[in-house]
Structures are given as structure tokens and as C-alpha cells.
Design a protein around this ligand. Structure first.
Ligand SMILES: [Zn+2]
Length: 80
């Protein structure tokens, strides 16, 4: 069983996690959670797949553009 709170935390920080923009404690926490939580892991892999696809253009992006993109990806995944 995973607590909703933990999933919330992970999903909220998943883009920063992929971007290695988190401190070590948060990273470890997310990493551990991804190992045991299927839902978050799927989300993580989806985002990562998208990022891998556009990696070349992505590395050239400014940080604020990356954040914008993450937000769009988040929206897509949540389908809101
Ligand atoms: Zn989770």
C-alpha cells in the first residue's frame, strides 16, 4: 500500500527528479517510491520517454522553457 500523500509528493517532483534538480534526500525518497509504486513508475516512464524523444532539442533549452514543457507534459498525462 502506498499513501496518497507519498504519490502526490512523487508526482509533483517527478520532473525535477528526472532533471536531477532535487536534493539527495528527496531523490532517494522518490527512487524508493518508484520501485514499489506501479502508478508512479508508469508516470515516470511516460515522462522519461517523452523527454528521451526530444532529448537533443531539450538539452539546448533554457531552464524556464524546460519547466514550461514539464507543465505541458503534466497536463497531458493528467488529461485534464
Ligand atoms: Zn506512487
Amino acid at each position: 500500500m502506498n499513501s496518497i500523500k507519498e504519490c502526490d509528493f512523487v508526482l509533483k517532483n517527478i520532473s525535477s527528479y528526472i532533471d536531477k534538480d532535487l536534493d539527495k534526500t528527496c531523490c532517494e525518497k522518490i527512487k524508493k517510491h518508484l520501485e514499489k509504486c506501479k502508478d508512479c513508475n508508469r508516470e515516470y516512464n511516460d515522462i522519461k520517454k517523452i523527454l528521451d524523444l526530444c532529448k537533443n532539442s531539450f538539452v539546448k533549452m533554457e531552464k524556464k522553457d524546460k519547466e514550461k514543457m514539464y507543465k505541458n507534459i503534466d497536463k497531458l498525462l493528467k488529461k485534464e
